[in-house]
Design a protein around this ligand. Sequence first.
Ligand code: ADP
Ligand code: ZN
Length: 629
Amino acid sequence: MSALPAADALEALPTQPLTILQEVFGYTAFRGQQQAIVDHVTAGHDALVLMPTGGGKSLCYQIPAIARHRAGKGVTVVVSPLIALMHDQVGALEEVGVHAAFLNSTLSLEDTQRIEREMMAGRMVMLYAAPERVTNLRFQAQLASLHERGLLSLFAIDEAHCVSQWGHDFREDYLQLNLLHERFPDVPRLALTATADDQTRADMIERLQLQDARVFISSFDRPNIRYALVEKDEPRKQLLRFIQDEHDGDAGIVYCQSRKKVEETAAWLNEQGISALPYHAGLDAAVRKKHQDRFLREDGLVMVATIAFGMGIDKPDVRFVAHLDLPKNIEAYYQETGRAGRDGASADAWLTYGLADVVNQRRMIDESPANDDFKRVQRGKLDALLAMAEAHDCRRVRLLAYFGEPSEPCGNCDNCLNPPATWDGTEAARKMLSCIYRFWQHGQQRFGAGHLIDVLRGKQTDKVQQYGHQSLSTFGVGAELSENQWRAVLRQLVALGHVVAEGEYNTLALTDSARAVLKGEVNLTLREAAETPRRGRASKTGKPGAGKAASAPADLTGDALARFAELRTWRAGVAREHNLPAYIVFNDATLADMARIAPQSLGELAGISGVGAKKLQAYGDQILAVLNP
Ligand code: ADP
Ligand code: ZN
């Protein structure tokens, strides 16, 4: 912990938000709505902040916390769901010279008592704690004591969507947080999240009693992320090609649905020469922590994980997020893919999906123990994701529309870059639906996709003989389409909700909405199936950094590139010494600026974005020595 300035010295420090941004964090200007939010909260008002991942939410509470502390208002309590990340969050603040600490179960009794003493004295600027701690009796009594003495400055509630049961990260403990408002109604509160469809938003406001809070909604666009959703066809190989062709040596996250698949995929990637680590809730806590730490601290690792991994991970240089299974809904997809490219440099969100994914997700909802209302909402959310997956137009327009934001085609998604071929699938769909209908009419039986397609294509199989299906009027009516094409038709019919797959064998049945299609009342424009899988698409065309060593900014060359490499080595040493991820010492963008500009003096170094007063003092001479050997 850093030495603390005496109370009178504290009060002499500037309290202007912009000055704090510049001096403490070394940034020149606020981004987007940061200024408005910071001013509103510093003045003591409540706020709900909806900002995409990477938008810069942390500064929205850190700067008010610093300004209010300097004005003698005491401690800001930051509620954060993940204790595993508090160490690094606090480390980042200590690096810029802001006195912060965390309280959680990993601390020794001695450390806990020391931190509590500092908190009770109001010396600390920010205290991070998990919701279950914030609401426990002992801590509530401490807050009451602080409050009585005018030293309880602000509550910041991070990942506030965890309070909503509609969301995907629901945490029971978050429900108790309205207690803060009830006990301390005059202490301002700031709730922040990157997840916010209308329903979750309304839920957050109600449950956290934020009816009077000002709501700040930023654009949810992440223009540097390129979205691509491809048809599943030997998914492991597709993944390997994607990583090898486009992200060799980059850090990335691969999401899978099951623990088993996580383990198998990670092992397989390692066999293929890609360093990958598994992460899921079934692993020992110590192993999980080790893998998370390695992912944060080392360069170029691939994390293969279930959705247990990711919340609060603010590693800025994750260059891709790949999904081998379909997420539950658009919020989950957007949150997971949002972990790519927080540093603003180009990044990929890549997903491979097929018929089985659609069927599985539908089944998971049907078979869940939830009540009908909940299921109805979940089905609606899945449908929105499927519509996006099957879309022929801009993915981003659809994603943003889901969050209520109108936009124009983006030019940076698969559909914009390579508009998919479409065709009028009305006739084909009618043939398929009517074949499913005939099965039922013929023998009151249901069949799966394989047999259905065989019958449509007129294949004489044992099963066809056995059931006498060669006599059906739909036998052989679909010979003009390949098996692959029929699978694509079926996937889209399931995605559109005209067909359901049920039971152990995924047998197919029509839904009510199929009737209109059968009658020819609805026209269906379908995506053309990728007939032969595209092998290694022309690698990284137009992408900065193509073919370069991992994560070196694209425009660095010659001497600057050499300086960047030296700076990275130096940074790795400091990071190890401080037991922090390298990007907390300085992020790549700051390091690249140093390499490019090669400052000769502390004054020049101070002008670089990301170099605040404390870091200048702590590291300035060392950096100048690295740059000017
Ligand atoms: P979020 O929590 O919204 O995902 P962060 O608070 O982690 O985003 O910020 C993302 C990145 O942007 C961080 O590296 C942060 O330091 C940087 N950043 C945020 N605000 C600014 C700013 N005004 N100027 C420069 N960099 C900023
Ligand atoms: Zn687009």
